[in-house]
Ligand binder design. Structure first.
Ligand code: KG4
Ligand code: ZN
Length: 352
């Protein structure tokens, strides 16, 4: 086993996660405890419930992560926790635990930006894979698609600059909102993706939002169009509640397919623009919405046509997890960086 052993902690939203990485970046364990059942009755994440659940789940989650890695807490040599962005009460749980472990064990501490975790996650290998992951290259383009972000980054020698953000909703967020309007339980994104597979996207058309010639994303227009179309469908089909039925009418499936086509089309369109303006050789794609089937199907062809090396995050690390937080910390540790556990603060909104 290569040192240092890194403990990662992630509690920024509704997943309580703990992971152990070795010094070569191999994932020795990655445990994620979802709070879905606790939030489901409310149709979305309730911040107060998230904080309480993190506290309640931490002991079991961390004990399992250490046991699966075959190490004890005292073997851990570097400690990392997410500092934001996210729900402050939820972040505080993991961040405080991380600070306490680092302080008590006199270990170096890293307060990690959640998006930095996602950004480097395509370079992780699946748990138990004996191969050490390749180091991220000095220069690459990063695309992070999640419930809170649709962002493009340029990474140069470990320095990250933001090239584009969303002007309004994030891509995962509109999948959730459209699914919620149809009565699907939280999180709606994966289910909308699944249903879209059964529809014909050409049955109707949602234009790809161009938003001038900016690299920024914009999803609120598509969201409004989809919601209007649902309302129009309901005038002929009657109220649609997919939470209450197994039978999904074909026009609804077609609508979801067209919605997904436009959402993914926008991602590829922004990649076209970016590659035209500042060509890149490697693209790392991550975040919860990077699990999208259509996107995963289309990206390899896009990359090949543009001569770009594609790193798609392994599905196990697309959603929130602590392996990506430990991984980002390891990269910082190797550059000789660390954070003062007394100075690190949880913050809901912070630029990368
Ligand atoms: O990265 P993540 O786990 O949490 C955030 O940092 O936001 O991303 C969660 C988001 C949710 O909005 C979820 O609906 C979306 O990713 N998502 C998907 C798919 N799987 C998860 N969106 C579209 N297609 C999917 N297959
Ligand atoms: Zn995330």
């Amino acid at each position: 086993m290569i040192h240092p052993l890194v403990l990662g902690i992630e509690t920024s939203c509704d997943d309580t996660a703990c992971a152990v990485l070795d010094g070569a970046g191999r994932v020795l364990s990655s445990v994620v405890s979802s709070q879905l059942a606790a939030h489901r009755p409310y149709g979305g994440v309730v911040p107060e419930i998230a904080s309480r659940e993190h506290l309640a789940n931490w002991t079991a989650v961390s004990e399992e992560a250490l046991a699966r890695a075959g190490v004890r807490l005292r073997d851990i040599e570097v400690v990392a926790a997410t500092r934001g962005p996210g729900l402050v009460g939820a972040l505080l749980v993991g961040l405080s635990i991380g600070k306490a472990i680092a302080f008590a064990g006199e270990r170096p501490f890293h307060a990690i930006h959640h998006l930095e975790g996602h950004l480097y996650s395509p370079f992780l290998r699946a748990p138990g894979d004996p191969e050490a992951p390749a180091l991220p290259p000095d220069r690459f383009a990063g695309l992070v698609l999640s419930g809170g972000h649709s962002s493009l980054f340029a990474v140069t020698d470990g320095a990250v600059s933001t090239l584009a953000e969303t002007r309004d909703d994030a891509i995962g967020e509109v999948f959730d909102k459209v699914g919620k309007r149809l009565g699907l339980p939280y999180p709606q994104g994966p289910r909308v993706d699944e249903l879209a597979e059964q529809g014909t996207p050409s049955a109707r058309r949602f234009p790809v939002s161009r938003f001038g010639d900016t690299l920024d994303f914009s999803y609120s227009g598509l969201k409004s169009q989809a919601l209007q179309e649902i309302e129009r469908l309901e005038r002929t089909l009657g109220p649609i509640d997919l939470g209450a039925t197994e039978e999904v009418p074909q026009p609804v499936l077609d609508l979801l397919a067209a919605f997904r086509e436009s959402a993914v089309g926008q991602v590829l369109e922004r990649l076209d623009r970016l590659h035209e303006r500042r060509p890149f050789d490697l693209l790392a794609v991550s975040g919860g919405a990077a699990a999208n089937r259509l996107l995963r199907g289309r990206l390899p062809a896009w990359a090949e046509a543009h001569g770009v090396d594609l790193r798609l995050v392994p599905l196990v690390y697309s959603g929130d997890n602590a392996a990506m937080i430990a991984n980002a910390a390891l990269l910082r540790h190797r550059r000789g960086l660390q954070d003062d556990p007394f100075a690190a603060e949880a913050e809901s909104r912070i630029p990368l």
